[in-house]
Write a protein that binds this ligand. Structure first.
Ligand SMILES: NC(=O)c1ccc[n+]([C@@H]2O[C@H](COP(=O)([O-])OP(=O)(O)OC[C@H]3O[C@@H](n4cnc5c(N)ncnc54)[C@H](O)[C@@H]3O)[C@@H](O)[C@H]2O)c1
Length: 249
């Protein structure tokens, strides 16, 4: 089903590649005007070229989501240009595989800073505009690691993604009834993030997935498109798992 997101203004963080880029493409294909945010402008600009050649309204901008000033400036720039933000997708994330004994306090702070604080900062920055509009959708890209403990990832990653589920529910209550906040929780998904994993690690994970394969970026993007559509207006504070049955709750 193609959802109608015509003229909705969307911001997707971590959009230079992987799942974020796929979400940006899917939102734009459904009619949204999409700004993809990532660390390096050149990389994001290059990544969106094929989408722009297809005529999709996709723009690139740079910000580190863990830096409050950069987040505020990025959201202000989008609002200056489009005067509204209908959709925020907090997708930017990092996933070190560091064994628990070797995680330093600094690395812990970095992972929580990008994955969890970044989602908080971006959400906080869009709230005034969404409240003014009387509508808005915030999607947090969590992870099955946050629901069940990671199979191969670092403990800080699992903790940050569990935190995103609490952030989702808290924000959903605070921002009701006009703004909906939901999480999409992928299981292991084919992307640059997982492309360096050993075949043995991948095979081990696939053996635990009833669907018998890893997730695809488009699986996650489709879930996001549903949740930001008007068809999902009665859904808030929920976690939509996109994991092939790895975890059934
Ligand atoms: N790939 C998976 O198996 C999987 C599974 C579950 C959840 N996720 C989550 O999905 C999201 C996207 O994952 P992916 O596989 O596409 O990863 P990826 O590494 O391919 O892409 C992540 C993007 O986020 C950007 N980014 C990192 N730190 C940033 C920061 N501080 N500010 C702005 N941008 C930043 C990176 O530059 C990169 O372009 C992440 O939140 C990840 O935790 C991925």
């Amino acid at each position: 089903m193609q959802y109608d997101l015509k003229e909705k203004v969307a911001v997707v963080t971590g959009g230079a590649r992987g799942i974020g880029l796929a979400i940006g493409e899917a939102l734009a294909a459904a009619g949204a005007i999409v700004t993809l945010v990532d660390l390096r402008l050149e990389k994001t600009t290059l990544a969106i070229q094929p989408l722009q050649e297809l005529g999709l309204p996709v723009m690139a901008t740079a910000a580190n989501v863990s830096h409050p000033d950069q987040v505020r400036a990025m959201i202000k720039a989008v609002l200056d240009r489009w005067e509204r933000i209908d959709i925020l997708v907090n997708n930017a994330g990092i996933c070190p595989m560091t064994p628990v004994e070797e995680i330093t306090p600094e690395e812990w702070d970095t992972v929580l800073g990008v994955n969890l604080k970044g989602a908080f900062l971006c959400s906080q920055a869009v709230i005034p505009a969404m409240r003014r509009q009387g509508s808005g959708k915030i999607i947090n890209i969590a992870s099955s690691a946050g629901q069940m403990g990671g199979l191969a990832v670092g403990l800080h990653y699992s903790a940050s993604k569990a935190g995103m589920l609490g952030l989702t529910k808290g924000l959903a209550r605070i921002l009701a009834p006009h703004i909906q906040v939901n999480a999409v929780s992928p299981g292991t998904t084919e992307s640059e993030m997982t492309s360096g994993w050993t075949q043995q690690a991948i095979d081990d994970i696939i053996s635990k997935i009833p669907a018998g394969r890893l997730g695809r970026k488009t699986d996650v993007a489709a879930a996001v498109c549903f949740l930001v559509s008007d068809e999902a207006n009665f859904i808030t504070g929920q976690t939509l798992s996109v994991n092939g049955g790895l975890l059934m709750v």
